[in-house]
Every structure is written in structure tokens, then in C-alpha cells.
Design a protein around this ligand. Structure first.
Ligand SMILES: Nc1nc2c(c(=O)[nH]1)N[C@H]1C(S)=C(S)[C@@H](COP(=O)(O)OP(=O)(O)OC[C@H]3O[C@@H](n4cnc5c(=O)[nH]c(N)nc54)[C@H](O)[C@@H]3O)O[C@H]1N2
Ligand SMILES: Nc1nc2c(c(=O)[nH]1)N[C@H]1C(S)=C(S)[C@@H](COP(=O)(O)OP(=O)(O)OC[C@H]3O[C@@H](n4cnc5c(=O)[nH]c(N)nc54)[C@H](O)[C@@H]3O)O[C@H]1N2
Ligand SMILES: [Mo]
Length: 684
């Protein structure tokens, strides 16, 4: 008998869609949109619809496994949970005795986004163990930190105020792939006269969304924002009243941007000076306006500065004073979740070291004192982390004890000493917040765990027992953890409880009046104002004012590589689903402008070698003119087994990080292309 239940998609994606899930015979058989959800109603992406297919994959890990062959080869034998847990406890006790608990490194990300499973109880466990702390920097923390320094909190525009929009700027946001539910709102807004501007060196896939497309050089957004502020101040277009009442540091800002005249910024960004002037005027004059930067544009050496400078621009134009207007770089801080009570940072030993996840290669090969054990969950570093060759060298270390808790036998699993089977989101209960809309949602347990799979929380309880950790809160069950998550004054005030969420599926966390002007009650910075000159940065001895790095990367490789997300995978998740692979040309591709392809003799379909300072991989060329000449772009993170030569695009990237918060710089990579063979013919 088939049953249909409400759920929420926990993929690492901003839309956080409400689902209707059909189960039959103890399995999930269909996943569809919940037609009644206010922001994601009506449709879901093919990635979510194909969930049942993904879960039936031959790659699914169903039992604990212990390695029998060399690391990387993927030979394992089946083990029981009792044996696996005892083995982990024995190896960790030994490592702790010899090297201290800091030699153990947890390594996680948001493979499934549940609050208690993905960033809750796991942290509590490792804090109590005294393990090295992981800086969760691989996605948006550099931009998020920058944003918080200027406006005080990671809250921004509520997409349900779309009626008001007159200008919408997709600033390096691949909305057609990564924010699908924004698209119908933008289309409707355009019909009402809203102008949509796309600022992206690779407009491919989003051209039809925009009225105006600017294609700056990758990594030059910080400079562009300085140039826009220059023009706004020069032409006396800033919102004087807003600047006076709600911002701090205007005089110093004006001083700083004075040197960024249009001709200079044109040289830095590769945009026509006239476009910079025109766009600055549009930003100052058209309201309500929204600037929504993506995450990809922050993955450059200057990505932190880009978000800082854009946030300052919104202060200058007074975008925040117009209901529905402002900026959107994450909405997580609107949600009343008690992260501290869940994660218990107080349990961590004082002074324990923190390791930046972006620099995993260095951590595994050069950290002092060394990392002796890695526990991976909810992420696939063999594919997604930069400087892949060094990551793989580190993972292959014979003296490194690697445990991977996974749904699928990923490339990372192949380097594990122990692989543990993880539950899909339909096999445990959790809660989800969104980075885009304002609803907290309930993810019910709909089916029993597949074979011997266990959710993250249960594995950490099991390991706490096996290690005889005495901290009593490590015995908390999921029900207690879910209630702890909502133990927040704002949740209580609004009646947001676990029982209400179980019954209703979702609840809005703020009223429309509260989100119309996100900082109507003041900016939650040290000064209570939007800080053009950041007190927090000054306190850290850093330049408190907007700036940009001017050097254009040039290490002998002529083409600028942008590694975008793909429409049909989520990061590397789903890249093993054949139907979705077919949607992505069936193989890993690279977009090339005809002007760059011609001198290299490259045509669509050709195999090309892509080489950077760090390494090389093989991809297939797709020619398009919806890309800035001089820029090439990959889409998505394919499993290494799908890549000729067994290496993915992250062999090309390096471990350099942004100054603020240590974010990745995937999109500051320079490459050269060489044709390997002609489509349909072998190379002669
Ligand atoms: N379908 C799908 N959805 C996803 C994901 C996925 O893999 N697939 N991943 C999820 C995750 S984890 C994240 S973080 C988000 C990412 O969502 P987005 O931020 O939209 O993702 P990206 O594709 O990395 O980059 C967005 C755009 O930035 C452009 N860009 C790159 N460098 C620059 C630059 O220097 N300047 C400017 N102006 N533009 C630049 C790229 O060409 C791209 O079009 O999406 C989430 N949703
Ligand atoms: N070159 C380049 N590299 C990039 C990016 C890029 O744009 N360019 N994007 C970066 C960004 S923004 C991000 S966020 C990262 C994302 O990279 P990852 O966080 O590694 O994301 P996925 O590749 O989706 O891997 C998530 C894994 O978690 C597993 N998983 C899912 N649910 C659970 C669970 O409940 N428990 C456990 N234990 N496991 C689970 C899935 O099966 C999957 O293998 O990649 C980064 N890497
Ligand atoms: Mo991300």
C-alpha cells in the first residue's frame, strides 16, 4: 500500500523544498513537490525527483566495511557494527594515548542538511572528545563573515517580497541551476517592470533571465564594487539621509573610493567604463533593489572583499530602507535555532587547534603535530577539496586511520580503513532551515534504515559508548536534540515547537512586516550601524575599509578557470546517477569561447587536456559564446571513476585561501587547454 507523506529536501541547496514523498513496502518510491508550500510550491528539480533512483544505486553502502586491499583500491570485507565500533575505539584510544586527541580530525559538510545530524550532535561529540576543530570554510563562510562585518548578521531579503522589486542583481549567482524557485519570481517581477541584471563572466544558462549582462573578469568583483561606489559618491547619488542615520565611516569610505575612477576600474574588471557608470546610476536610483551574490563569486582570492564591498554599496544607496530591498547572502540568522546548546562548544578543551577544511591536503601531509585519524561524514573530499593530488596523497598515508560514514561508496570511501553505512534523510527525523526562504521545516522519518545504515547522531552515540566518554549529554536521544534545537526565546515567543512542526510540516520564522526591512531595528554591529569602516576588522588589526587586490593572476597559464556547479548534480552527490549524467552531456565538460577555441584547434566534443600550475585533467569541450573570452568553465564535480585518468577538476585548483575566514579560491585558477583528439576520430 502506497502512502504519501510530507517532507523537506535536505540537499545542500538554498531552495530547501517542501516535498511529498510516496513510500511503499518500506521504501521511498517517488518524490514530488508539495503543492502548498509558499515558496517552493508547484515543482521540484530532477535531482530530488531522482532520489529513489539514487538510493537504489549499486553504490549504496549498506553494511560496515573494513579495508582489505591497499588504500585507494576500494577492497573491503563486511563487518558488524560491534566490530567496527570496537576497532575505531581501539585505534582512537591508541592515537589519543600517543599523540593526544588533537590528532583526530573530524571532516564534514552538508551532504544532508539536518540541524541535529549535520551540524549539531556531531560537533558536541568531537568537542567532548577533544579532537582538532574543523573550520567549515569550503562554501560561504568567507563571504558570510565579510557580510556580518558590515551589516552584523546573516539576514537579508525575503523572497516573498518580490512584488516590490524594481531591480534585481544576480551577482555571480547561477540562479537557473542553483536557485530554481527564484526563477518564476524573477520572471513575474520582470513582467511588472523589474529590471534583472546579471554580473557573471559565464552567463551561459542564465542569459534568458536578464535584461542586462555584465561579464567582468573573474575575481574582479571587489574592484567593480569600489568603482560603483566611486561613481555614486562622485555624482552625489548616495542616499544622504540613510548614510547619515544608519551608517558609520562615510568620510573614510569616500576617501578610499576616490581613487577608483571608472577608467581604472574598467582596466581591473575588463568592463567598459561607460557600463560601470551606467550601472552605478541604476543601483543608486532604482529601488526597491536587491543584490544577490552567489557563492561561486566568493571563491576567488578577493571573494571576501567582494561581499564586503557590495554590502557597503547597499549602505550607500540606502537599498535597505525600501521595503523588499537590500541584499541577500544567506538568511540563516533569521532562524531561531539554539546552535550552542546543540553543539556545546564549551565542551572543547581550551586552546584546541582549528584546521581549515580547505587546506586538507596540507593538514594530512604537513600538520604539526600530525593528524593521525580522519573521520569523514557528509562530504566527499577526494573529489570536492582543492589540490586533489595532495588530498589523495594525504588520504593514502598508511599511518592515517580513516573512517568514512557514507551513503555511497564514494572516492573518499576507497581510502578508508573503515566505511560505515549512513541513512538517507527519509530514514531519520530532523529539522531544516533555509538560506533563502523563511520557513523552518520538519523532516520526518518515513522508512526504516536500509540494511544496517545508521544516522549520524546514532553513530556518535555509539562511538561515545564504545570510547566510554563520560559527558552525559552524549547520550541525548534525537527527540531531546530536536527539542534542544528549538530551545530559543524567539521560537518560544512564536510557538515554533517540535510538536507544531511535526503537525504542520513548516512554520514561518518571521512575519512579513519584520522581513520587509531586515535591519529596521538597527544593524546588529558594534556601532548599531552599517559599518563602511568595520570596527571588528580594525580590532583584528586588518584594514577596516573596503579594498581590493589588484594583481591579476598570471602564472604563465593564459585562461581563467571558473568551476561552476552543475544543474543536475549537487556538488558530487548525484554524479553517480546515470539519468542525471546523461543530462550533463554524459561526461565532464568545459565551456570554451570560440575565440579561445579557434587558435587551439578545439571544437565542440573534442577531448582536451586542461593544465594548471598544480596538475592536469581531461575534459570534453563545449563551445559557447555565453562566456567571456579568456575564461573557461567546468560544471559540477564528477566522481573520479568517470574521469579519464582518474583525476577531477580539483587537481587544477590550489589551497590558497581568502584573507578573511580562510575561504577557498577555486575560481582563481589559471589554465591552458590542449586538444587531445577530434570528436569521432582518433588523434593522428
Ligand atoms: N543544481 C545545483 N544546485 C546547487 C549546487 C549544485 O552543485 N548543483 N550546489 C549548492 C551549493 S553547495 C552552493 S554553495 C550553491 C552555489 O550556488 P551559486 O553561487 O549559484 O554557484 P556557482 O555555480 O558556484 O557560481 C555561481 C555563478 O558565479 C559565477 N562566477 C564564478 N566566478 C565569478 C566571479 O569571480 N565573479 C562573478 N561575478 N561571477 C563569478 C559562475 O560563472 C556562476 O554562474 O548552490 C547550491 N545548489
Ligand atoms: N572546484 C570546485 N570545488 C568545489 C566547489 C566548486 O564550486 N568548485 N564547490 C564547493 C562547495 S560550495 C561545497 S558546499 C563543497 C561541497 O562538497 P561536499 O560537501 O563534499 O558535497 P557532496 O559532494 O555533495 O558530498 C556530500 C556527501 O555526503 C554524503 N551524505 C549525504 N547525507 C549524509 C548523511 O546524512 N550522513 C553522512 N555521513 N553522509 C551523508 C553524500 O552521499 C555525499 O557523498 O564542494 C566544494 N568544492
Ligand atoms: Mo556550497
Amino acid at each position: 500500500m502506497a502512502e504519501v507523506a510530507r517532507s523537506v529536501c535536505l540537499y545542500d541547496c538554498s531552495d530547501t523544498c517542501a516535498l511529498r514523498v510516496t513510500t511503499a513496502g518500506g521504501a521511498v518510491v517517488a518524490v514530488a513537490a508539495d503543492p502548498t508550500h509558499p515558496t517552493t510550491a508547484g515543482f521540484i528539480c530532477e535531482k530530488a525527483r531522482r532520489y529513489p533512483e539514487r538510493l537504489r544505486s549499486a553504490d549504496r553502502v549498506l553494511h560496515p566495511m573494513v579495508r582489505t586491499g591497499p588504500k585507494g583500491e576500494g577492497r573491503f570485507r563486511r563487518a558488524s557494527w560491534v566490530e567496527a565500533a570496537a576497532l575505531i575505539a581501539r585505534r582512537w584510544r591508541d592515537i589519543i594515548a600517543r599523540h593526544g586527541a588533537e590528532a583526530i580530525l573530524p571532516y564534514s559538510y552538508l551532504g544532508s542538511e539536518g540541524i541535529i545530524n549535520a551540524e549539531g550532535f556531531d560537533r558536541r561529540f568531537f568537542h567532548a572528545l577533544g579532537a582538532s576543530r574543523q573550520a567549515h570554510t569550503i562554501c560561504s563562510s568567507a563571504g558570510g563573515t565579510a557580510y556580518r562585518h558590515i551589516v552584523g548578521a546573516r539576514r537579508g531579503v525575503d523572497p516573498e517580497h518580490d512584488d516590490a522589486w524594481k531591480l534585481y542583481v544576480l551577482w555571480g549567482r547561477n540562479a537557473g541551476s542553483t536557485n530554481l524557485h527564484l526563477v518564476p519570481r524573477l520572471k513575474a517581477a520582470r513582467r511588472r517592470g523589474c529590471r534583472v541584471v546579471l554580473i557573471d563572466p559565464v552567463p551561459h544558462g542564465n542569459v534568458a533571465l536578464a535584461d542586462w549582462i555584465l561579464t567582468p573578469r573573474p575575481g574582479s568583483d571587489a574592484a567593480l564594487a569600489l568603482g560603483l561606489m566611486h561613481v555614486v559618491i562622485r555624482d552625489d547619488l548616495h542616499d544622504r539621509e540613510f548614510v547619515e542615520r544608519y551608517t558609520e565611516g562615510f568620510a573614510a569610505l569616500a576617501d578610499r573610493v576616490a581613487a577608483y575612477f571608472p577608467a581604472r576600474v574598467a582596466a581591473l574588471t575588463g568592463l567598459p567604463a561607460a557600463d560601470i557608470v551606467e550601472f552605478a546610476r541604476v543601483c543608486a536610483r532604482v529601488h526597491p533593489s536587491v543584490i544577490q551574490p552567489g557563492v561561486g563569486m566568493t571563491h576567488t582570492r578577493d571573494g571576501d572583499a567582494a561581499i564586503r564591498n557590495i554590502a557597503c554599496l547597499t549602505g550607500l544607496t540606502g537599498a535597505w530602507r525600501h521595503p523588499g530591498g537590500g541584499m541577500l547572502f544567506g538568511n540563516g540568522d533569521w532562524f531561531p535555532v539554539n546552535h550552542a546548546a546543540l553543539q556545546r562548544p564549551d565542551l572543547a578543551p581550551p586552546g584546541v587547534r582549528t584546521i581549515n577544511m580547505v587546506q586538507l591536503g596540507a593538514a594530512l601531509t604537513a600538520a604539526e603535530p600530525p593528524v593521525m585519524s580522519l573521520y569523514v561524514y557528509g562530504t566527499n573530499p577526494a573529489v570536492v577539496a582543492p589540490d586533489q593530488e595532495q588530498v589523495l596523497v594525504g588520504l593514502a598515508r598508511s599511518d592515517l586511520f580513516v573512517v568514512v560514514h557514507e551513503l555511497m561508496m564514494t572516492d573518499t570511501c576507497r581510502y578508508a580503513d573503515v566505511v560505515l553505512p549512513a541513512c538517507s534523510q527519509f530514514e531519520y527525523e530532523d529539522l531544516a532551515i533555509s538560506r533563502w526562504h523563511l520557513y523552518i521545516q520538519h523532516n520526518p522519518r518515513l522508512v526504516s534504515p536500509a540494511a544496517e545504515a545508521k544516522p549520524n547522531t546514532e553513530v556518535f552515540r555509539l562511538l561515545a559508548r564504545a570510547l566510554e566518554l563520560r559527558e552525559p549529554s552524549l547520550a541525548d536521544d534525537d527527540e531531546t536534540l530536536l527539542r534542544t534545537a528549538l530551545d530559543h526565546p524567539e521560537a518560544r515567543r512564536r510557538g515554533i515547537t517540535l510538536d507544531a512542526l511535526r503537525e504542520r510540516g513548516w512554520m514561518r520564522v518571521r512575519t512579513a512586516e519584520e522581513t520587509a526591512r531586515p535591519f529596521a531595528g538597527g544593524f546588529p554591529t558594534a556601532s548599531g550601524k552599517l559599518e563602511f569602516s568595520s570596527r571588528a576588522l580594525a580590532a583584528q588589526g586588518l584594514d577596516p575599509l573596503p579594498s581590493c587586490a589588484e594583481s591579476v593572476a598570471d602564472d604563465g597559464y593564459p585562461l581563467h578557470l571558473v568551476t561552476r556547479s552543475s544543474r543536475h548534480f549537487i556538488n558530487s552527490s548525484l554524479a553517480n546517477v546515470p539519468a542525471l549524467q546523461r543530462r550533463e552531456h554524459g561526461r565532464a565538460t568545459i565551456l570554451v569561447h570560440p575565440d579561445d577555441a579557434a587558435p587551439r584547434g578545439i571544437r565542440t566534443g573534442d577531448a582536451v587536456k586542461v593544465a594548471s600550475r598544480r596538475g592536469e585533467c581531461r575534459l570534453h569541450a563545449v563551445l559557447t559564446d555565453a562566456i567571456r573570452p579568456g575564461v573557461v568553465a567546468t560544471m559540477g564535480l564528477w566522481w573520479l571513476r568517470s574521469m579519464p585518468g582518474g583525476r577531477g577538476i580539483n587537481v587544477l585548483t590550489d589551497q590558497a585561501v581568502t584573507a578573511l575566514a580562510g575561504g577557498p579560491t577555486f575560481n582563481s585558477t589559471m589554465v591552458e587547454l590542449e586538444r587531445l583528439s577530434r570528436r569521432g576520430r582518433s588523434a593522428r
